[in-house]
Design a protein around this ligand. Structure first.
Ligand SMILES: [Zn+2]
Length: 151
């Protein structure tokens, strides 16, 4: 007739009041977004998505009234729409950024090309200069040799 054993009889409740699920790991709290229970929190197995079938499930919140459900569902749908729009905007922004990057790269390539063209022109000029100066040197040599020969 002891009144001290007042703990919850639920075997799923762990030492600190946070329940373990049937597979032994701590349960996780999630929020349901179904039409029947929008925004209602529940505890479930953390391995649920990995396909483990310990099937632990417990509602945390009470079921909400019809009006509350309708409002939350409308907000949920609006949220989904907005998220989709945001994704599309981000994708467009990324494309614009890509385009701007490409454009600046093209400009840089054009600059590089101009520099290269100038270099080639200079090289061609230099080559012509050296060819003509070589000719002059040869002519001078010949003239000098001819004079030496005469003397
Ligand atoms: Zn589990």
């Amino acid at each position: 007739m002891s009144s001290s054993s007042y703990h919850s009889s639920s075997s799923s409740t762990g030492g600190h009041g946070w329940p373990n699920c049937k597979c032994g790991s701590k349960a996780v709290m999630e929020t349901s977004w179904t039409d029947d229970n929008p925004g209602r929190r529940f505890l479930g197995c953390r391995h649920f998505r990995e396909g483990r079938k310990c099937k632990f499930f417990e509602w945390v919140d009470d079921e909400i009234c019809k009006r509350g459900k309708a409002v939350i569902i409308a907000l949920r749908n609006e949220n989904i729409k907005l998220k989709l729009k945001m994704k599309q905007c981000t994708a467009m922004e990324m494309k614009t950024e890509e385009y701007v990057t490409m454009e600046s790269k093209v400009k840089q390539y054009e600059k590089d090309l101009q520099t290269m063209e100038l270099r080639v022109q200079k090289l061609v000029k230099d080559e012509k200069f050296w060819k003509s100066s070589t000719c002059i040197v040869v002519v001078l040599l010949v003239v000098c040799l001819a004079k030496l020969w005469d003397v």
